[in-house]
Design a protein around this ligand. Structure first.
Ligand code: ATP
Ligand code: ZN
Length: 293
């Protein structure tokens, strides 16, 4: 399946057909202005306003499709990228689909430390990463590769412990398992093939990245507007960690101004309280669709 030369003209992007990553990836693509529909029924979808085709695949297959150049880009969990040991470039981390690959063992059992795993059997869908984790510690384990419902294998006496993806840990607890160590912290990644792209496609990838960065920055920011007495402008400017100077507009009420600016979301509540104490009122916060800096 290896393609040495870039033959197709459209930029091909792989996304998960149906699963935990699908909705957020589709939202992101729509959010950066890429228009398409019918992705639920088709394996390949042409976008309406760009020379981009989407390929809808099982997430496990995405790293290899991108590695082999069947797709130029892909959206897939770091867990799959590193498990498949794919020869691809990770372009961006996307802050969704967060989970971790963790080792868990029966809560009331005798396995607690890495050394306790010597000679034990571990069930997993991630044999490569699990084997690597233990062999780096010089511990010998037997692996049983299982594609689903890994968490019930200790009860069935198929394995002594498991290595599986966890987000809240609820499934582990429900199966009497205790999480012991993390092998990998994972999030969705945007990956690119290491095969050379045509100049036209590479240009499209660069444009795509500018939009993704703008979209991500917008998600982390809020637009705020407030009214304030003119004589509090200086103290308000000191509070606002603005990217650039805030916009200050005089109001009909002569001693008042409106101040507009963008702030990072993680500082929002602290900034709000400080602004209020400095004399600001009618503070309004709005989400931002996208921003190009
Ligand atoms: P497919 O049919 O595409 O192979 P799947 O059943 O393997 O789907 P999903 O359960 O949809 O996959 O998970 C897709 C990705 O979502 C995982 O590979 C991982 O990156 C991420 N993810 C986030 N949280 C979790 C979680 N708690 N359990 C499993 N995957 C998670
Ligand atoms: Zn899968």
């Amino acid at each position: 399946m290896t393609r040495s030369k870039d033959s197709s003209t459209s930029l091909r992007i792989a996304i998960q057909k149906s699963g935990r990553l699908t909705d957020k990836t589709v939202d992101l693509l729509h959010g950066i202005g890429i228009e398409f529909d019918n992705y639920k029924r088709n394996l390949m979808v042409k976008t309406r306003n760009f020379d981009i085709e989407l390929l809808l695949l099982r997430d496990d297959d995405i790293p290899e499709y991108v590695q082999d150049g069947v797709c130029d880009l892909g959206f897939v969990g770091a867990n799959e990228v590193y498990e498949k040991n794919a020869n691809v470039t990770v372009l961006r981390g996307l802050n969704y689909g967060r989970c971790r690959l963790a080792i868990a063992a029966p809560k009331n059992g005798s396995i607690k430390q890495p050394e306790d795993f010597n000679g034990k059997t571990i069930a997993t869908s991630y044999p490569f990463l699990t084997e690597k984790f233990f062999s780096e510690k010089g511990i010998d384990v037997n692996l049983v590769e299982i594609s689903g419902a890994v968490e019930i294998t200790p009860q069935l006496e198929v394995a002594d412990a498991i290595s599986d993806l966890v987000s809240t840990g609820g499934t582990l607890r429900a199966n009497g398992l205790q999480e012991l160590f993390t092998i990998l912290e994972s999030e969705t990644k945007l990956i690119q093939t290491n095969l050379e792209l045509s100049p036209g496609k590479q240009e499209l990838v660069d444009k795509f990245l500018v939009r993704i960065d703008g979209y991500q920055q917008a998600k982390r920011s809020r637009y705020i507007m407030m009214n304030a007495p003119k004589d509090s402008i200086e103290s308000i400017r000191e509070i606002i960690p603005s990217m650039k100077s805030p916009t200050i507009v005089p109001l009909a009420e002569t001693d008042m101004v409106a101040i507009h600016t963008v702030i990072p979301i993680d500082r929002f509540w602290i900034v709000m309280e400080e602004l209020k104490s400095a004399g600001a009122s009618d503070i309004v916060m709005l989400p931002i669709e996208s921003m190009i800096l």
